[in-house]
Design a protein. Structure first.
Length: 433
């Protein structure tokens, strides 16, 4: 087919393929994996090494390279603009990506665009004793300037918890922070970022309220928001129970979220790319606050947009990368609402009863409007799984589409029961973390 486009996807996983193949005009696209997520994110990350590997794959390809895309955090997010510049494909600038990814730099940029952010400051990890930055009060969150999936992010209530969390961050911050400095060295940094580097710890006052995610893209210099999702935590926890689309917030609040998002993306200088911004909305104070800015859409929301709008959000990313109209369909899907559920354990354990791919396919067929991704391998310690937050372990992601929240919940409960996932609790002698 002469119009067929070769699209290289950084960190492409087998589980992502169904959603990519569900985009409109998917028959036009040939998706090629460009390094595995394990090669990109596991263990000590060497950016020059992964860059060289990716270039080798692309240089060896006998055909046109029409687009290079990715929807994961560092190093995927920064590889996209670097490789795109080298191979003549479309993307936003490396600087705009780093302004999002580096949490401290991102806060400095947000300050210039909106008032909707918490008080924040840098933590000196070399100080003795470790202490919070001036002007930032408890309760607060401590997090590295760069991390994966809330790794090394801790909520702290007092000085003792602060010191314990800061000590853990100091020990683990180099795994991602050190290779990130290779990226910072490629940029002409502003005075406020001079000497900051990649191994920086940020303290931010805790936010409360309803957590929401705003997804959109910048095309032709204009920011467009195509969806807002609610994020609901487990009771008395900071770990997600589900993302639900569309948001149930009132239209005036959604308007403010869209406006703030456009202001932030303009300030950051994002061009021809998707984005996702997480916020808290406090209904009592009627305030919105930016939690974090991501220079990519969320691949974990793909099925939700497909269920409700009729196309996965990958559609916008692919069209932008090919220089085409990225407009998303609206409310053209099978269901009125959809959710991504996180089935979690809150203690370490060993995965014993893990359903097979055939089991999962059978459950999905029996319960229409569902898609299931099981995370652990049989016999795996939960603490050995990648990309987990500091407080829980994900056993499965369950996507459900329905015409009411009650239907979403019923489908989720049926899926969890049918999966019959079982873990043995890890004892003190055999804990692996």
């Amino acid at each position: 087919m002469s119009d067929e486009k070769n699209i290289f996807v950084l960190g492409l996983k087998e589980a992502n393929l169904p959603a990519l193949h569900d985009v409109p005009d998917a028959e036009r696209y040939r998706f090629h994996p460009l390094l595995t997520l394990k090669e990109l994110q596991s263990g000590e990350v060497s950016f020059p090494c992964v860059l060289e590997k990716a270039q080798h794959v692309l240089d060896s390809f006998d055909g046109t390279i029409d687009a290079i895309v990715g929807y994961y955090d560092f190093p995927v997010s920064t590889l996209v603009p670097i490789l795109s510049e080298r191979y003549g494909t479309r993307s936003t600038s490396l600087e705009s990506v780093v302004k999002c990814e580096h949490k401290y730099w991102s806060r400095l940029e947000q300050e210039k665009a909106v008032d909707a952010h918490p008080r924040f400051g840098r933590v000196d990890l070399h100080a003795d004793p470790l202490r919070p930055p001036e002007g930032v009060g408890f309760p607060m969150w401590l997090k590295p300037a760069l991390a994966y999936s809330s790794e090394l992010a801790f909520g702290v209530e007092d000085e003792d918890e602060f010191r314990a969390a800061a000590a853990r961050i100091r020990k683990g911050i180099g795994r991602v922070g050190e290779p990130f400095e290779y990226i910072l060295d490629r940029l002409d940094l502003p005075p406020e970022m001079a000497g900051v580097g990649g191994q920086v710890c940020l303290a931010e006052e805790s936010l409360s309220g309803i957590q929401v995610a705003v997804e959109g893209y910048v095309h032709g210099g204009e920011a467009t928001v195509y969806g807002v999702l609610d994020s609901i935590d487990y009771p008395d926890s900071s770990s997600f129970l589900r993302h639900q689309y569309p948001s149930t917030l009132p239209e005036p609040v959604l308007h403010r979220l869209r406006d703030a998002s456009a202001r932030v993306m303009r300030q950051i200088g994002m061009q021809e790319a998707t984005f996702s911004i997480e916020y808290f909305y406090d209904p009592h104070a009627d305030e919105i606050n930016v939690l974090e800015v991501n220079p990519r859409h969320s691949q974990s929301h793909a099925e939700l947009f497909q269920y409700v709008d009729g196309a996965p959000n990958h559609h916008a990313m692919l069209r932008l990368a090919l220089g085409e109209d990225p407009a998303m369909p609206h409310r053209a899907g099978r269901y009125r609402t959809a959710a991504k559920w996180y089935y979690r354990w809150f203690t370490d354990g060993v995965a014993r009863a893990v359903p097979s791919l055939e089991d999962v396919a059978r459950i999905e067929k029996e319960i229409p409007g569902t898609r299931i991704h099981v995370i652990p391998e049989p016999g795996q310690y939960l603490s050995d799984m990648d990309e987990q937050d500091s407080y829980s372990f994900e056993l499965a992601h369950v996507f459900t589409g329905g015409d009411s929240e009650e239907e979403l919940r019923e489908k989720y409960d049926h899926c969890v029961a049918a999966l019959n996932l079982a873990c043995d609790k890890a004892g003190p002698a055999d804990g692996n973390s």
